[in-house]
Write a protein that binds this ligand. Structure first.
Ligand code: DQQ
Length: 541
């Protein structure tokens, strides 16, 4: 960040310039974290899809390497699209990715490291067998992409999912192979939905039902549930269920995609999309990466010369109740914290605003928890209030209530001309309490070009039993919020005109009609992550 580039981030992953979208093939290999990503080497808009490649020891500081995949073969002249990495027995990684030809006919392709003993995996060689899977029969060739990490079934055969659509029905195809080269399509479609449209970037993985540890074994029965994620309608949705290994099927546990009121999303903010998880064998955890799109005009993207961020990598695990996922920024990000400010047991009076001073508020990490003494006074919930986003837009940060709005104002200018509010409201529904988490962007920027949609999510916590907590990571043009310890997440892009760099301020506020208490607030300035420019391959002598 700086005066000429106020929206560049200090601790989010981004290339030095140009367009970036989906994370591809994240991997922990021989002690090194790898991130590949969809990249346009030539401009700040989508095109010429290439696999960018960066490495890290800690998921915070990065070194850019030369591109891993360039679109040069006939089957990929329209781009090397998204894909995943699988570890083959013996420990050799393989990239499974989509190639689009000049007609946008999509096929699935393989690439292997030239030297698997190189922990940096600097050079990749495309398989002479490419393309290994092409669109046949009823498959629409321009809606056939994004292979998952493959896994082995009970009998050892490889299984991989590929995103697709037939007659408007979104789906994951299942393909099987004995040798990773010859693939046949399973007669059964792995899973599908009429309500979604095309599924991009499917992801399928086990989670433990008794703890936070990540799981990599698809055949571990009894202790796991499975997550099926698909990217559609601008968001990443997931459902939970069971993998029936004997018949290679997926059985949904409760509700399916876009069914009932439980539409589980990784993130209820803007475009947090095309995400992918990987198993980190070093720390035994499952980590989620996602593309965070800009919310400014294309012209402004071109002017600033870049577009797209990656989310802070998040650890994912199953909640104690077992009915949803939890997410939390990887602990390594805390190594950037400095200048801690702490507030404890402070009354936050009705109508009050408390500035948090002593940190760089445009580049910060904040944790806050609240206690509400008068829970029985909560406003009555109306039966029609089923859409949390709509409710947050109607009852925005300016609308006084009883228990709430209370929360944080981030990237705020000194006179509050600009402010981004992340706040809670607590309602009563018979004897239960309903907690709503909102991110009101309507006053976030004086710019007319940027999208200022308000976001919202219900938070499945019982305020009679636990405090209401929020963590927010602020990084110049991105605000990532985690409610209830990671039960609901909202990511937003924010482009203030006034509240830039040192002009940005941070406040805690309470616009409800009752005094509440800040149990604890901890805020830190964040140091800049080191993202080093391209380390070139040594040319052989
Ligand atoms: N982005 C890739 C596709 C994928 C889409 C192309 C999702 O493979 O379906 O850049 O953002």
């Amino acid at each position: 960040a700086g005066t000429t580039q106020p929206y560049r981030t200090a601790y989010h992953f981004q290339p030095l310039k140009n367009w970036m979208n989906d994370p591809n093939g994240p991997l922990y290999y021989k002690g090194v974290y790898h991130l590949f990503y969809q990249y346009n080497p030539y401009s700040a808009i989508w095109g010429n899809m290439t696999w960018g490649h960066s490495i890290s020891n800690d998921l915070v500081n990065w070194v850019h390497l030369e591109h891993a995949l360039n679109p040069i073969e006939p089957y990929e002249l329209g781009g090397c699209f998204s894909g995943s990495i699988t570890m083959l027995p013996g420990g050799r990684p393989v990239i499974f990715y989509t190639g689009a030809d000049t007609n946008n006919f999509q096929s699935q392709n393989l690439a292997f490291p030239k030297d698997p003993s190189d922990p940096l995996l600097r050079e990749w060689v495309k398989s002479p067998h490419n393309p290994v899977i092409t669109a046949e029969d009823d498959i629409e060739p321009s809606d056939f992409r994004d292979p998952t990490t493959a896994w082995q079934a009970v009998d050892g055969t490889w299984q991989v999912l590929i995103g697709g659509k037939i007659d408007g029905r979104g789906m994951a195809y299942l393909y099987q192979s004995n040798d990773f080269i010859n693939w046949t399509r399973s007669e059964k479609i792995f899973h599908s939905s009429v309500k979604t449209g095309m599924w991009e970037c499917p992801d399928f993985y086990p989670v433990s039902i008794n703890g936070k540890d990540g799981v990599d074994n698809y055949l571990e029965k009894g202790n796991t549930k499975f997550v099926l994620k698909a990217s559609f309608l601008d968001h990443d949705h997931y459902i939970l269920g069971y993998y029936k290994a004997e018949r290679n099927g997926f059985q949904v546990e409760a509700t399916d995609f876009m069914e009932a009121n439980t539409d589980w999303r990784y993130d209820y903010g803007g475009k947090f999309y095309a995400s992918k998880t990987f198993f980190d064998g070093g720390k035994k955890r499952r980590i989620l990466w996602a593309w965070i799109m800009e919310a400014d005009s294309r012209a402004n993207d071109i002017k600033k010369g870049w577009s797209g961020l990656q989310s802070i990598p998040r650890v994912v695990w199953l909640s104690a109740s077992g009915n949803q996922l939890m997410q939390w920024p990887v602990e390594e990000i805390e190594s950037l914290r400095k200048d801690e400010v702490e507030i404890k047991d402070k009354e936050l009076e009705k109508g009050s605003l408390v500035e948090v001073v002593g940190i760089t508020a445009a580049q910060a990490d904040v944790e806050i928890s609240f206690e509400l003494p008068n829970l029985e006074d909560a406003e009555q919930m109306e039966p029609s209030w089923t859409d949390p986003q709509l409710l947050c837009a109607q009852k925005n940060a300016a609308v006084e209530g009883r228990l709430g709005p209370f929360g944080l104002l981030v990237l705020a200018s000194s006179n509050l001309t600009e402010e981004t509010a992340i706040f809670f409201r607590v309602f009563k529904n018979h004897s239960r309490h309903i907690v709503l988490l909102c991110n009101d962007l309507s006053r976030s920027s004086l710019s007319r070009d940027v999208r200022k949609t308000t976001f919202g999510a219900f938070l499945d916590i019982n305020p009679l039993q636990e405090s209401i907590s929020l963590r927010t990571l602020i990084d110049h043009s991105i605000v990532e919020s985690f409610g209830g310890g990671g039960k609901a997440c909202i990511t937003a892009r924010v482009y203030p005109v006034l509240a830039v760099d040192k002009e940005a301020k941070l406040f805690a506020f309470n616009k409800g009609s009752h005094n509440i208490k800040i149990l604890k607030l901890n805020a830190w300035s964040m140091k800049e992550a080191k993202i080093l420019p391209i380390m070139k391959r040594r040319k052989p002598p």
